[in-house]
Design a protein around this ligand. Structure first.
Ligand code: MV4
Length: 447
């Protein structure tokens, strides 16, 4: 049994994990950097241990110190949250070697799915639709030419060690290919220490649809429907909603089924997310990658299913069997999350850290706020700029949107600029209201 959980993260996700653990009767230890000594997770955890200076590489990423803290305080499990060590297979292995439960999938699954070429191969063999393209590493121009003859331009070159939009190049015509290929391999080598790249047909105007899954260590896996994460800017998601306004019931269940297939094929055993591109013209969907962590936007799935994903992650890490069957996964209403960042939307979303001098949160029916800040707190400049996730539930999309407008209007944050005005504009925009918005929406309408 897990009796003490160490949280190897900061901010709102550390708070979220402390809340789940506390409701389960599990003691909590949070580790923190010098810059986070006055943070909310440090205040509310049962215990807190300083692990290093502000710099992430010397604190939240420096896992020797985190493991030493876990041993010293006798934590029997570590939750990595998202970012930092969450998808680090070597860290998961190091936990295992010390007999500490890693709240996440087994190290081999992390490693296989982290390599995007391997991930695609595994799921394709299991019958999951993937974007047409190369089946493995592209070694040279000749190899690429043969594949592009079949799929046609435009194509996208992706780094196998990349993911989440890092290390990608779009190529529209043959005369640009050689340059782009050389650039992509060099960049991949520099960024990830692995020059492997692969190519796919470039889907020009897709929706980013992801399926939440839960898989245990006994071979059981279920999905918890989709999230529409198309509203993003430079690969940073700004708003997520579920259900997706463009996914019909039949497609929803089919995408869920293939996501479960993908998870099973990868021997997956935790909460995870299977990412697809969805073509609104054809209704086609294609696997692109799988994320082996809990995601920022997990609460919207919790709100429409009533299932606490963090508690399930902990139970699964503890070796427990899933006690929900696919047919028993509820789905009620509609949920939207707006990420409120300390950024200036009028200045190209430049980060705007500093002291929060006033912080009054909206409340009332259907409102949930996941945040790591409070009035008087100073947002340090070293980490991401998220201030709060404003999560709104409504009986349908229309009510969720009205409620989101109302909640954005109630939210008072002073001292730092935030993305609230941006979200207020989104709530009024035709493309968002129609539900037909794609990944190009922000770049197209908010320049
Ligand atoms: C693509 C794509 C179009 N076609 N793959 C971005 C995040 C990462 N998970 C995969 N991504 C994409 N992969 C194919 N075959 C479009 C995206 C994409 C994107 C690409 C360029 C600029 C902005 C984008 C925003 C969202 C998704």
């Amino acid at each position: 049994m897990i009796s003490k959980l160490l949280i190897a993260n900061r901010g709102e996700i550390a708070v979220r994990i402390i809340r789940a653990a506390r409701e389960m009767g599990i003691q909590t230890v949070v580790v923190y950097s010098e810059a986070d000594k006055d943070s909310l997770p440090v205040k509310i955890a049962d215990q807190a241990v300083k692990i290093g200076p502000a710099s992430p590489t010397d604190s939240y990423l420096f896992y020797q110190n985190i493991l030493a803290a876990a041993l010293a305080l006798k934590a029997d499990a570590i939750h990595p949250g998202y970012g930092f060590l969450a998808e680090n297979a070597s860290f998961a292995e190091a936990c295992r070697a010390l007999n500490i439960k890693f709240v996440g999938p087994n190290p081999l699954s992390i490693r296989k799915l982290g390599d995007k070429i391997t991930a695609k191969k595994i799921v394709k063999e299991a019958g999951v639709p993937v974007v047409p393209g190369s089946d493995g590493v592209i070694k040279n121009f000749e190899e690429a030419r043969k594949i592009i003859e079949k799929i046609g331009y435009p194509v996208i070159i992706k780094a196998s060690a990349g993911g989440g939009g890092r290390g990608m190049r779009i190529v529209y015509k043959e005369s640009d290919f050689e340059n782009a290929f050389n650039y992509a391999t060099t960049e991949a080598q520099q960024a990830f220490g692995d020059s492997s790249v692969y190519i796919e047909k470039f889907i020009g105007n897709p929706k980013h649809i992801e399926i939440q899954i839960l898989a245990d260590k006994h071979g059981n896996a279920i999905h918890l429907y989709e999230r529409d994460c198309s509203l993003q800017r430079r690969h940073q998601k700004l708003l997520e909603e579920t259900p997706s306004p463009v996914i019909d019931e039949d497609t929803r269940m089919k995408m869920g089924e293939v996501a479960v297939k993908a998870a099973k094929a990868a021997n997956y055993d935790s909460a995870g997310t299977v990412e697809f591109l969805y073509d609104i013209e054809t209704g086609g969907y294609y696997f692109i990658e799988m994320n082996t962590r809990i995601q920022v936007e997990h609460p919207i799935t919790e709100e429409i299913t009533g299932i606490d994903l963090i508690k399930y992650q902990i139970r699964i890490a503890n070796g427990e069997k899933l006690d929900i069957k696919q047919e028993d996964v509820p789905r009620f209403g509609h949920c939207i999350e707006c990420r409120i960042n300390a950024e200036d939307p009028d200045r190209n979303f430049t980060p705007n850290p500093g002291k929060i001098t006033n912080f009054i949160v909206p409340g009332g029916p259907g409102i949930r706020i996941d945040s790591g800040v409070f009035c008087g707190y100073t947002i340090p400049p070293y980490y991401d700029s998220m201030v709060a996730k404003l999560i709104v539930w409504g009986k349908n999309r229309k009510e969720a949107i009205s409620r989101m407008k109302r909640a954005l209007g109630e939210f008072i944050i002073e001292g730092v600029k935030t993305t609230i005005p941006f979200h207020e504009e989104v709530m009024k925009s035709k493309a968002f209201l129609s539900g037909q918005y794609t990944t190009n929406f922000v770049e197209k309408f908010f320049k």
